[in-house]
Design a protein around this ligand. Sequence first.
Ligand code: HGA
Length: 608
Amino acid sequence: MCGIVAAVAQRNVQEILLEGLKRLEYRGYDSAGMTVFNDGVLTRHRALGKVAALTAQLDKAALPGFSGIAHTRWATHGKPSEANAHPHHSSDQVAVVHNGIIENYEAIKESLQRSGYAFSSETDTEVIAHLLSEKLADGLSLFDATQQIVNGLGGAYALGVMCAQEPGVVVGARQGSPLVVGVGINEAFLASDPLALLPVTDRFIYLEEGDLVELREQGAIRIVDRHGNDVERPIHTFEHGDGAASKGDYRHYMLKEIFEQPTVIEAALEGRLSAQSVLIESFGPDALALFQRTRHMHIIACGTSYHAGLVARYWLERYAGVPVQVEVASEYRYRHPVVPEGTLFVTLSQSGETADTLAALRFAKTLNYVGSLAICNVPGSSLVRESDMSLMTRAGPEIGVASTKAFTTQLVALMLLTLSVSKAKNQVEYLDIIAALRTLPEVCQRVLALDSQIEILSQAFAEKHHALFLGRGAHYPIALEGALKLKEISYIHAEAYPAGELKHGPLALVDSEMPVISVAPNDDLLEKLKSNLQEVRARGGKLFVFADESVGIDVQEDIRVLTLPHVHEALAPLLYTLPLQLLSYHVAVLKGTDVDQPRNLAKSVTVE
Ligand code: HGA
């Protein structure tokens, strides 16, 4: 999604802003731009495409200055183009960068056009620049002008604004899109994500919904809340080292993140299991009482996180006896859900800023849930702050747009939730699962060692246009996730089905051109799955099976089998995710796609 970086410093900010934009590239974007207060005027550069294109412009015409705002855009209103790239200016007096959507921009635009303002872009954002210009002409300060106009903006925004009349001032605002303040020594910054600012500070203020912030020279920071009261917000020190945000020796972030999984799974478990038991308090001091009152669960998420929720449904129903409903946030928030008494509301989001999931949480708060739990990778994110309880997944920064380690650590967190609810409600401890969890990082390591074999397997996919993924039980969501990864990064059309559904339709697609990928752990559905695979073979389909070492599926001309080490049945969904991630990765590399920033996609989806 769009990225904002802004700075008011005692040094030239051009490099700080450019470096910040590069660090936000992982979010996905189509154009980039920057405005700096330079020699008494607001000077702007914008470029379609990558930050490198903007850098090339700036190499020819540097933009030195002590204050500036910068942006990477992921178009929602108006095609990707230089004219639509941010910052948007009004008469070169005002500059605006915006993340989000102004839902009522059409009405505002008509009214501004009637007042004589000419528009030079197709974006919703440009209205903000002209609205500010109007207010500044009435004699208001930039801060007061911003405070007045945000009241009339519908939808969601994070803003960074500057004006020519007030050099050395940047104003920010947040409503529905993330924005953090970076606290430096005699300098101050704004960004959509702390990662953007790690070279200049590790101290951050997470703005609350409705907050307005003013950055001035000498690092002065003023924050006013939605009611117009001056407030002090706590300063947090960033937890993860900056090394996490670099590729190291890996060719892509995605590969690095796949290989980090044993380490981050270990981190996700640390301090949350005692010798014999799961520690319910990991979810917070009120968790025991809340879990005891929990009779149902609604799990709400988007994309890959939604697939983690689907796995958790199998776990929670089987091991904790709690009925679970799982739904994508963009559907849930617009229906009229019936909430049975004693229902816990659970959200899953890597960033904690996913717009639909956050909106679903806010909607759920108006209903009669017993409480809310966020499972999230970013401490201090909106979802975490606004939920009653939270559990951090501890995956560290995930830069690749296609989620990998965030997914598997979500699964670990959801298994801890399953074990905790089982203990709280039924006084049952699954000692075998707890023991298996401890060995999981080492078993994952052994699966990752199969990388070169998976790379060879991937050659069979590079020329394909379609693929079918099959799984049963808790592995059906793993098949869904495998198909999503292949779509996301290799642009091959892939679908996933519960293997038992094959004969109800998709079997019609199977021929020698259709690779069929199946996960076959040694569980009580294995024999059923084997029959489904025979149905594929009988139609000339080519099978690729990831199977437990003990299941005895033989390699034949039309079946290629990769055996995985045995793992406790409950944890198999976690393990079988890994080869599917590696398969998609290698197919994408063979196809030469942009693995870390696949076309049209964005990380941290902060618009609806
Ligand atoms: N609506 C604005 C900003 C889009 C955005 O926030 N994307 O993540 C535009 O289209 O320019």
